[in-house]
Design a binder for this molecule. Structure first.
Ligand SMILES: Nc1ncnc2c1ncn2[C@@H]1O[C@H](COP(=O)(O)OP(=O)(O)OP(=O)(O)O)[C@@H](O)[C@H]1O
Length: 135
């Protein structure tokens, strides 16, 4: 994601765009709730608009109540805390696989802060949400 504090940081794209930017928000982990307290375990990313009128873009807001951060982004797709890995695969990954067998190149990569769920998402492995932070 672009980090400019503006209302629209990403140019309009369509399904024909060669690059899709997809956001997944993972649930809070048990230890995060325990150490923060329930009142601080409030997601700082919210889906604003599922249909922005340009292709299938979505608008999301990054608003942190504990800092002054308040930014909006347009993305190609959004998956929330309750969305399953299979949904991400079906909507975002499955479509590129036939092309791979026809000799086209496709890359799916995860980007994000440490602990944000990149490995969990890419490996489709069910892991405990009650695990402790790494030391
Ligand atoms: N969607 C999810 N639902 C439940 N738990 C999740 C989800 N995504 C991640 N987790 C849990 O969050 C923790 C961190 O996830 P993960 O190891 O995938 O992060 P990471 O981005 O790969 O971290 P790092 O960059 O440090 O390797 C793990 O305990 C994992 O089980």
């Amino acid at each position: 994601m672009d980090d400019q504090p503006s209302n629209s940081t990403k140019p309009s794209s369509s399904m024909s765009s060669p690059v899709r930017v997809v956001l997944r928000v993972r649930p809070f982990l048990r230890w995060e709730i325990d150490s923060n307290g329930d009142d601080r375990s409030i997601p700082c990313v919210a889906l604003l608009d599922r249909d922005c009128g340009a292709g299938e873009e979505v608008a999301v807001q990054l608003k942190d109540q504990w800092s002054s951060r308040s930014e909006c982004y347009k993305l190609d797709s959004f998956f929330g805390q309750s969305d399953r890995i299979g949904q991400i695969f079906d909507r975002e990954v499955g479509a590129v696989i036939p092309g791979v067998f026809r000799g086209l190149n496709a890359t799916v990569f995860a980007y994000g802060a440490t602990g944000s769920g990149k490995t969990y998402t890419m490996q489709e492995r069910q892991q405990s949400t009650f695990s402790s932070p790494r030391r």
